[in-house]
Design a protein around this ligand. Sequence first.
Ligand code: SAH
Length: 242
Amino acid sequence: MARDETKIRLFVEASLAPGASVALGREQAHYLLTVMRLPPGASVLLFNGRDGEWHALLAEGSRRGAVLICEERTRPQSEPPDLWLLFAPVKKARTVFIAEKAAEMGARRLLPVITRHTNAERVNAARLRANAVEAAEQCGLLSAPDVAEPQRLEAALAEWDGARRLIFCDETMAGGGAFSGVGPGPAAILTGPEGGFAPEEAEMLRALPFSQPVSLGPRILRAETAAVAAMALWQAAAGDWR
Ligand code: SAH
């Protein structure tokens, strides 16, 4: 198969180098062999977030696993812009949507934060990471965002590095101006839950020296829409969409 016909991309943990053999676990082997029906010698693209993207050939496979051999590097490693997303988790399917879209939008790290009005069920960080990895495989990323364990908003802010701007999506500013003043340097977008931020939370957030309240236009957006819109605006203003 010619290399540019290769469609399947897999995220792996193993190191990638010329001739390196990469053993896949049961789930990825099942995907390649049973779902995609790849024959021995088939071509796959691999990435691990460190070594770029590699063209690899399927050497052997069985029900228990498969082995791929790296041939050559197709793209050097590159890092997405330094953007994090702090979001109040919402209902399960909508939280999965946020994790998936954050990966596609090139966020490096996702931090679920529990706020006063957060009423989400339990958040499974490992599951969200798997959703983010799948999105990264599909959209040609060379790494997949980390997903932190959920923590209280105050706890996340208590250990904040002031060099990272906190772009606080403040629904009380809806209609009150543009998404503006976003400059270069590390950033984190913060979006609230369906119930919004409590007035005292919003006041605390506005007072932080590293925070910048922003408006996302005249309409109140649903939490997951707000997260995607804010990431797109940031990428266009300060990230890799410029
Ligand atoms: N129930 C709240 C809205 C919450 S919307 C109310 O009626 O006011 C969920 C989150 O999306 C908000 O906490 C905020 O972070 C973000 N958001 C939605 N629309 C926004 C807008 N127009 N400007 C800024 N942030 C917005």
